[in-house]
Design a protein around this ligand. Structure first.
Ligand code: PRP
Ligand code: ADE
Length: 177
């Protein structure tokens, strides 16, 4: 089995969760297979290690799981984008829509500098709303962001096209139609 097959086979699919009609792609089962988790981090690191990335931004909450080890492997700071009222210092906020709801994301204003070349990491790309909102937060603080990396892509929801319109190239490891 190659790395992509190992990663894909370790992700469980749960029908009708969290509501009817959604097939939930569950990364907790991947995290319980150490060589699959390692392969996931290794593939993202290999793609971005020579691209001049100065910061990793991970989105709450599953983006933290993959963003933190990638940041350590690249030797760059790891910045958290969180749901409201979780970050203790001064923040800016951005609202967005999800596959199954609506929410707000926040970032510390002092976490991004004007010369930063940011890579956003999340577990899954569905509509692209989460990462589009994250991109807006980073750009409002003067950071450059042209790339986002995901473990899972759901092509039916058009997230890659939406992010491309926002000037973001999406690197994804496995797709589920
Ligand atoms: C999920 C997932 C991505 C996002 C993808 O997060 O982890 O962040 O949705 O959807 P999109 O491309 O349509 O924006 P969720 O908001 O459910 O939060 P969680 O990671 O804390 O469970
Ligand atoms: N986040 C948004 N859509 C999702 C899905 N279908 N499975 C897992 N996480 C998701």
């Amino acid at each position: 089995m190659n790395q992509v097959e190992l990663i894909k086979s370790s992700i469980k699919s749960i029908p009708d969760y969290p509501k009817a009609g959604i097939i939930f792609r569950d990364i907790t089962s991947l995290l319980e297979v150490p060589n699959a988790f390692q392969a996931t981090v290794d593939m993202i690191v290999a793609e971005f290690k020579h691209k001049g990335i100065t910061k990793i931004v991970g989105t709450e909450s599953r983006g933290f799981i993959f963003g933190a080890p990638v940041a350590l492997a690249l030797g760059v700071p790891f910045v958290l984008v969180r749901k409201p009222k979780k970050l203790p210092r001064e923040v800016i906020s951005q609202s967005y829509t999800l596959e199954y709801g609506e929410d707000v994301l926040e970032i510390h204003t002092d976490s991004i500098q004007a010369n930063d070349n940011v890579l956003i990491i999340d577990d899954l790309l569905a509509t692209g709303g989460t990462v589009e909102a994250t991109t807006k937060l980073i750009r409002r603080l003067g950071g450059k962001v042209e790339n986002a990396a995901f473990v899972i892509y759901l092509p039916d929801l058009g997230g890659k096209e939406r992010l491309e319109q926002a000037g973001i190239n999406s690197f994804t490891l496995v797709s589920f139609e």
